[in-house]
Design a protein around this ligand. Structure first.
Ligand code: ATP
Ligand code: MN
Length: 478
């Protein structure tokens, strides 16, 4: 169906067979003997070269063939005379679907800054860098589904609009159909949400975990993979207001099993990308190397493929929060007062602490476990000492937290105690609490931020560049 993709054409054995190709012009070059048009349709990082003879087409038609214009070419697939490619198309017929006026088309064949490309997110998929990222993103998404499907997990669709604000994972976006100019009021003067669409306050989900647990208590192993929304008013390179999260949730998994799954999962999907995105990864590796040329030696990064292979081949370091605090207290930056935030048992680790552990101390991915109960969510299982919970965070070099998870509290009384402790009205999550009343079981799960994974695999520096249309404070164009 449809024309052959350029990716497929490039793999054919040239035999002067007749072919049709459709795509966007990357460059046009004219020499004395020929006109060379490089065409790309997004199926691969590689362009196909189409060649016309001088005088074969009118000057007017050729003038409309510019960078960004869209063409249909029919011709013969022949062995290439040039050095850059194996095959090329000798053009018989050329049709211009759409022109792209060079005076106004913003993507010219030169290096554009990532900041500039963010302003033209409607066109940036046509660049090598972004098409490579989008293809890798696709491959990783496919690998995620394959991973869980191969292991007997069921894909559970958790709601996007929720009325529970119990997760407490982040600031929420409100969903309402109330007229903001004429808000209905209660007798006390508060906004009367009884008149709102759902008859109560509603928000966009910050996590599908609570509903995921309901699924695991019936299907044993489920995962979610859907959009998640957090009104994070922080302009960092690792946070988006709308991102995709993968949340497996498993009955009969304890913390240890949860860690094993998280590590195996990340390694397997990265391996899939290494195997299936070779050309795109090679392109991005070169791009990074080019960028690094301008940096001093000690600031240059490890080559992308070497970094990915290292993660796949080496065991993640596993240690408790308490052990991590000890390492930080003994560290040089702590002793020399170089950390911006103080270190001590009970603190919520900030990214400088996490980065020290991962990038300086262990130089590999780290799984931290058994955090103080005060800094973690109410649903995490209490350790026997009553002080820590069975939490686990997976920390990655250059990224920080890529996964957050835990064994869940399965004891009804203990869970209820925690619910009260953190000030949640048990009425609002009666359905969640009932799973602990009816056939409770040990279970665990975690959340992986999909964009943080894509960020790591592509080696990009900003999370806004690994999702097609990023949402962040003051930005919802496109
Ligand atoms: P962080 O401390 O980095 O803000 P978090 O503790 O809020 O993360 P969780 O609530 O545990 O994160 O969410 C699970 C995972 O979702 C995180 O490990 C991370 O990979 C991802 N994540 C969290 N917030 C964002 C965000 N705003 N944009 C993109 N990914 C995110
Ligand atoms: Mn957060």
């Amino acid at each position: 169906m449809g024309p052959l993709q350029i990716k497929e054409l490039l793999q054919q054995t040239p035999d002067a067979q007749s072919v049709t190709l459709k795509g966007w012009v990357r460059t046009k070059r004219e020499s004395k003997n020929a006109i060379f048009i490089a065409v790309n349709d997004g199926s691969t990082i590689h362009n196909i070269q189409a060649v016309a003879a001088p005088g074969q087409f009118s000057a007017e038609l050729l003038l409309s063939v510019t960078t960004g214009s869209c063409l249909k070419i029919t011709g013969q697939l022949v062995a290439s005379q040039g050095s850059g490619q194996v095959v090329e198309v000798k053009i018989d017929d050329l049709f211009v679907y759409g022109t792209a006026d060079p005076d106004s088309y913003p993507l010219q064949p030169k290096r554009h800054s990532l900041e500039f490309l963010r302003e033209i997110a409607h066109l940036r998929p046509r660049t090598n860098t972004f098409s490579a990222i989008l293809r890798i993103r696709h491959a990783l998404a496919f690998a995620v589904h394959k991973y869980y499907n191969d292991r007997g997990f069921f894909y559970l669709h958790t709601p996007i609009i929720t009325a529970s604000d119990a997760e407490g994972a982040g600031e929420m976006f409100r969903v309402t159909t109330l007229d903001l100019d004429k808000l209905p009021r209660t007798d006390e003067g508060a906004i009367n949400f009884k008149e709102d669409f759902f008859g109560r306050e509603a928000n966009l989900t910050v996590s599908g975990q609570l509903e995921g647990e309901l699924g695991a208590m019936a299907l044993s192993k489920i995962y979610t993979f859907g959009p998640t929304f957090r009104a994070e008013n922080s302009n960092t390179t690792r946070h988006l207001a709308e991102f995709w999260m993968i949340e497996p949730e498993m009955a009969f998994f304890e913390l240890e099993d949860n860690m094993d799954l998280a590590e195996d999962f990340i390694k397997t999907v990265i391996s899939y990308a290494l195997e299936n995105c070779k050309d795109d990864l090679a392109f991005l590796e070169n791009r990074l190397a080019e960028e690094d040329k301008n940096k001093p030696q000690n600031e240059r990064s490890i080559p992308l493929l070497e970094k990915l292979n290292f993660v796949v081949e080496n065991a993640f370091e596993r240690l408790t929060y308490t052990e991590a605090i000890d390492i930080l207290l003994k560290s040089k930056p702590h002793k020399e007062k170089k950390f911006q935030y103080p270190v001590g048992w009970g603190i919520d680790l900030s990214s400088e602490h996490e980065r020290y552990l991962v990038e300086k101390h262990f130089k590999k991915p780290v799984i931290l476990t058994n955090y103080p109960r005060e800094i973690k969510s109410f649903y995490m299982k209490l350790d026997d000492d009553g002080k820590t919970v069975r939490a686990m965070d997976v920390l990655f070099p250059g990224i920080g937290e890529i996964i957050g998870g835990s064994q869940r509290e399965d004891n009804y009384e203990k869970l209820l105690e925690r619910v009260h402790e953190v000030g949640i009205d048990p009425e609002t999550i009666w359905w969640y609490l009932e799973t602990r009343k009816f056939g409770t079981a040990p279970h665990s799960g975690f959340g992986l931020g999909f964009e943080r994974l894509v960020l790591f695999v592509t080696g990009m520096g900003n999370i806004r560049d690994v999702i097609p249309f990023p949402r962040y404070p003051k930005s919802a164009e496109f």
